[in-house]
Design a protein around this ligand. Structure first.
Ligand code: B1M
Length: 210
């Protein structure tokens, strides 16, 4: 079992998306729990890439192909991560804030929320504050999720909170925040409603709001 998970991790680190997709499918067929494949295969590989990126041992192109393999592998896990037969019970908007192109964490949060029966409106990456406000209004959603991975972009989340205040719609939405540099203290400081450290707790908190 450990072997296939290490193989997933290694192929992800080498950016071999096709192999990752095949191995994730095989691990599922072998009966491994989806959460374990995610944690010990895909995220473990991404963790190694993160450490090497920080140490200047790998660079943006390598990280990009690894990220692509991560997203492709996670797509295969999506049906298994979603609770079977959950009825849609509400909608949420999600996006990575302006200036920030990281989307792996956002995609996982989206996936986990879909697994909780929440219909997700995904605005993608580099999303300006006004777009969150417009999308929430247009779709009548009550939950807005903001992801930021850079210390230089986390301030944009405050911009989203402020844009909702300025639009007069602050009271009709719960603003949830997350991403590696984001903390509970930051959430409190900017007047957001809820900080979630990971995708599973984000999905649990969102479901509790609906
Ligand atoms: Co970037 N990058 N990156 N990068 N990158 C980091 C974030 C960094 C920590 C690496 C490092 O130096 N150690 C560093 C930030 C430093 C800082 O700000 N303090 C960094 C940097 C500096 C940069 C660039 C500036 C590099 C450059 O160009 N010189 C550049 C910026 C580009 C931009 O955004 N404008 C850049 C670019 C990139 C790539 C494009 C190459 C690629 C992104 C590809 C993609 O996403 N499609 C990339 C990657 C992959 C990373 C690392 C290696 C991995 C991030 C990741 O996906 N983690 C990262 C290093 C690291 O984190 N170790 C790094 C896995 C993911 C599952 O975790 O996103 O934290 P995470 O999500 C978690 C939780 O945080 C939470 O749930 C998720 C799952 O449990 N969560 C939420 C996330 N969003 C949430 C929203 C919620 C709730 C929970 O809403 C309710």
């Amino acid at each position: 079992m450990a072997d296939i998970l290490s193989e997933i991790s290694e192929n992800l680190q080498n950016g071999k998306a096709k192999a990752v997709v095949e191995l994730v499918g095989k691990a599922l067929a072998d009966g491994l729990p989806a959460q374990k494949i995610l944690d010990d295969g895909l995220l473990a590989g991404m963790g190694v890439i993160g450490t090497k990126f920080k140490a200047n041992e790998v660079f943006v192109p390598e990280v990009l192909v690894a990220a692509r393999a991560m997203n492709k592998g996670a797509e295969v896990l999506k049906p298994a991560l979603a609770a079977a037969g959950v009825k849609a019970k509400g909608k949420a908007v999600i996006g990575t804030v302006k200036g920030d192109l990281h989307d792996i964490g956002k995609n996982l949060v989206k996936m986990m929320m879909e697994g909780r029966g929440i219909e997700m409106i995904d605005l993608g990456v580099d999303v300006p504050a006004s777009r969150f406000v417009d999308a929430a209004k247009e779709n009548g959603v009550s939950i807005v999720c903001c992801s930021a991975l850079l210390t230089t972009t986390m301030g944009e989340i405050k911009g989203v909170v402020d844009a909702f205040k300025e639009s007069g719609g602050r009271d009709s939405v719960k603003i949830m925040v997350g991403g590696a540099p984001v903390t509970q203290a930051f959430c409190d400081q900017i007047g957001a409603d809820r900080y979630a450290p990971d995708a599973a707790s984000a999905a649990e908190a969102a479901a509790a709001y609906l």
